[in-house]
Design a protein around this ligand. Structure first.
Ligand SMILES: [Zn+2]
Ligand SMILES: [Zn+2]
Length: 370
């Protein structure tokens, strides 16, 4: 089986042959169709992050996946050969109450594994084997965009977290009939999916990055009725505006601090970008910052990973995007490249791309890899 390998903490990416995983009862063998490449993969390839499974000298990279079932073991009544599926990423520790309740995204021991990230093989490979409890079946009509499902689930969870906080003031915010407002920081794949998901929920959306309005992302945002703002010169580009839900998907600590000042009364800032560890102490106006949180009923929430329910919600959202804005979700996939190109694709960030996808099997969705 050809697979994309890393050997953390050593930097570097190779494509090599590895032995196929055995098909154990309750599992299926999945032919990988496409896999998305994201910042986490770049960080693992750079040696910043990632851990190989115990007793294995390498980690198969990749967590954003789409595949087709090729072989079914005994005792798998709900799936059959040919089903298009997406696999979830995190596997619980088995010990904490959250993992036992099926919510490893809230694991409190830290002893979870994540396929393609930490302690479990990923999906940048010709095939993988997985238990069906970790698979979500994709309707054939969504196969062309379902490689975006896994990154979308990060946003689905983040929106659930933010709306749970906003629900504290549901009575107050229900008056007047005005639609809630959202500010999305970042126009990479996660930020773009956040803007689409919030527009689909009726939010008035402003999305910010450090580019002028000529980019593909800015055009797509205008196409879905969102406002794009270039904040290269600072958040003053937003005027005095504050937002009910501020969603950070950029991973910049200084930007995240500046966003606190943009949370509306009773509003919430949800952080999803993962900044590099460390950093230099920054002067923070402690009094102003904490007064603003208390006197405004404001909240700051971090959110990571996603639940199985978020995958189901994500599928419904992808269907909603396709019917409301045909072609926009697939436009987020800016290039499809063959698996053998992984060392260059994963080793170097392409600032012009929104989502680069490795196209693994022939006969998958989308145009041929170039
Ligand atoms: Zn990712
Ligand atoms: Zn746990």
């Amino acid at each position: 089986v050809r697979a994309v390998l890393v050997r953390p903490p050593r930097p570097g990416v190779t494509v090599e042959e590895v032995p196929p995983a055995p098909l154990v009862p309750g599992s299926v063998r999945v032919t990988v169709l496409e896999c998305g490449v994201c910042g986490t993969d770049h960080d693992i390839a750079a040696g910043k992050y990632g851990r190989a499974p115990d007793g294995v000298p390498y980690l198969i990279l990749g967590h954003e996946n789409l595949g087709r079932i090729a072989e079914v073991s005994a005792g798998v009544p709900l799936f059959q050969v040919g089903d298009v599926v997406v696999a979830t990423v995190r596997r619980g520790c088995g010990a904490c109450p959250f993992c036992r309740a099926g919510r490893p995204d809230f694991c409190t021991t830290g002893r979870y594994s994540e396929r393609g990230i930490t302690g479990a093989p990923g999906y940048f490979a010709e095939e993988y084997v997985e238990r069906t409890e970790y698979l979500v079946r994709v309707p054939p009509s969504l196969a062309g965009v379902a490689v975006l499902l896994e990154p979308l689930t990060v946003i689905e969870k983040a929106i659930v977290q933010g709306e749970a906080v906003r629900a504290r003031a549901a009575v107050a915010s229900g008056g007047g009939g005005a639609s809630p407002t959202a500010l999305v920081a970042g126009t990479g794949a996660v930020g773009m999916l956040a803007s689409l998901a919030l527009r689909a929920r009726g939010y008035t959306v402003t999305a910010i990055d450090r580019h002028d309005g000529s980019t593909r992302a800015a055009k797509l945002l205008r196409g879905v009725g969102a406002v794009h703002a270039d904040v290269a010169a600072g958040l003053s580009a937003l005027g005095e505006a504050r937002y009910d839900l501020v969603l950070e998907a950029a991973g910049s600590p200084s930007l995240a601090f500046a966003l606190i000042d943009r949370i509306a009364l009773n509003g919430v800032l949800v952080l999803t970008g993962i900044p590099d560890a460390g950093g230099t102490p920054a002067p923070v106006p402690e009094g102003d910052l904490l007064r603003g949180l208390v006197l405004g009923n404001r909240a700051i929430v971090g959110s990571v990973n996603a639940s199985r329910a978020d995958f189901e919600t994500g599928l419904r959202d992808l269907a909603a995007f396709e019917s409301r804005w045909p072609g926009v979700a697939s436009s987020l996939i800016t290039s499809r490249r063959p698996l053998d190109d992984a060392p260059s694709v994963v080793g170097h960030r392409d600032p012009g791309s929104i989502k680069t996808v490795l196209r693994v099997a022939d006969g998958g969705p989308g145009p041929p890899a170039r």
